[in-house]
Design a protein around this ligand. Structure first.
Ligand code: SDN
Length: 146
């Protein structure tokens, strides 16, 4: 992205970033997913689970979470929608959006849907590169306020 990026440029860049990022996550490429965060990036995917910090911490947390599917092969897809991109003074972006997790099991045409999530990201845009400084995922069924 250029220094003179319009809001439309920014919105498109954020969408493209999320498309790449979520496909890394859903294909189990956790190292590459972690690299989409800044080196000191913070990631909390579930309220009550301590946030992971840094690339190694994020990979470790995703591997830990993934062990629940060791004997239960699934294809998970995180579907992001309703992006609300709010630029901050200084160039970071506050982004809030909805995320639905679809879980499909072999031979089952109908996916399981859930959790339904409300996500708050802080994105850094540096040298045209978008990265997460932080990601906090709220789960609707826990009925917490955002
Ligand atoms: O990266 C995300 C996630 C995410 O990683 C999640 C994980 O498990 C690993 C971006 C946006 C939303 C999410 C949501 C989740 C849900 C969470 C817990 C679960 O699936 O039970």
């Amino acid at each position: 992205m250029q220094a003179t990026a319009t809001f439309t440029d920014t919105y498109v860049a954020v969408n493209q970033f999320y498309g790449r990022q979520v496909q890394l996550l859903d294909s189990g490429r956790f190292e590459e997913y972690a690299q989409t965060f800044t080196p000191d990036g913070e990631f909390q995917h579930t309220p009550g689970v301590p946030p992971a910090h840094g690339h190694d911490g994020i990979v470790a947390e995703l591997r830990r979470f993934d062990t629940r599917f060791e004997d239960d092969p699934v294809q998970r897809r995180h579907v992001f929608t309703m992006l609300n991109v709010v630029p901050r003074e200084g160039g970071d972006l506050d982004v809030t959006f909805y995320a639905l997790v679809l879980t499909t099991r072999p031979g089952e045409k109908q996916p399981f849907v859930g959790p339904s999530c409300f996500v708050h990201d802080v994105l850094a845009v540096e040298d045209g590169q978008v990265r997460n400084r932080s990601r906090r995922v709220g789960h609707d069924h826990l009925f917490e306020t955002h």
